[in-house]
Design a protein. Sequence first.
Length: 419
Amino acid sequence: MILRKTPIFALLISLLFFISCDDDTDSLTPETEVEEEMEEEEEMESVPIVLIESTQLIIKSSGDLQTFLKQSGLAIDTEKLIYNVSVWRVTYKTVYKGDTITASTMVFTPETTDEVSTISFQHGTIADNASAPTEAGINDGSIILYSAIASGGFVTVVPDFVGFGASVEFVHPYYHEYYTATSIVNAIYASKQLVESHELNIDNDLYLAGYSQGGYATMATHKYFEEEGMDFYNLKASFPSSGGYDVSGMSNYFLVQETYHQPFFLGFVAMSYKTSYDFAETMGHFFNEPYATEIPEMFFGSFSGDQINERLTTNISDFLTEGFLNSSAGDADYAFIYDLFEDNSLLDWTPTIRMYMYHGDADITVPYQNSVDSYAKLLGNGASESIVTFETFSGATHGTGVGPYIESFIPEILNLEQR
């Protein structure tokens, strides 16, 4: 049974040095295994059988991963990177709009017989399929960083999300709470079936982390875990950073700006909700021409965010229709979209499992105030300050906040594992 409950990479590569891994362990011939026999075991365990295929791409040596982290300048204890790491491309089953579809994820497994925990890391906003985790080259900086996390003793899962990789035929459901969380949960289940098929040992401890859209995805999955549960896994903590958790608040922020430097974000949300919810209104309800006509062509994985931005405008009054700019949640013509913003905001719950929030106070891409307000709302719902914490990265923008985030959440996870 599949669960049916209804751009960090560029920034990262700019922070980290690229290194090649030329030793013998990196010359492994890819190994592909189809896990059809696991279907026969579906009735024997409670975790849904979702794994379709796993392809081993390469093994990264711990020594090269230590070298990479040392060269990156990140303040992380490289002596904790003790395991070689197998890098896998995985396809699995999930559900989108009532249909079972094939999605994809990267999985990084430490080469050890020891029992290890699992981390799911959610990537930031991408628009082009070429930037999806499963499309990255084996020596891409992001792949090496995820391998380094796994080298510390974690099965590390990095989902593409619906709309990228194996599911590129769909428009990505950007900032859609349910499809985001369930695609991640099923990717985590697929990783469990992968490691068990190769006789690796995992415990049931789970951690969630992610930056920007990945921060939103991390919190959405944490919320799903607390409200719906996950078989086998015990969520120990999540680490969302710099996400637009309050989607309604994000929309209000955009509507009062004179200019916004990432207009493709607005088009992406509109196309996401149009295709996910099948509402009747066209893009002309929200965007002026020529953008209303062009936006529906831009979000099928062929164009990067920068390429889309070049075809749009940063001037908000030129970009958005006067009706939408002057609208409110109470306006009959626009009430439905405000309802969707509200439905996909992550404010209507009370975390009871540790959540570490982070954000840079100079961020104007995903505004810092959105995290401040979201944190206050969660505390107002009854969350304890000992359960939900919020760390500010002083002076950090959306780009420069990546490094401090990596330096913060990785040591915290290692500390939690030692308790």
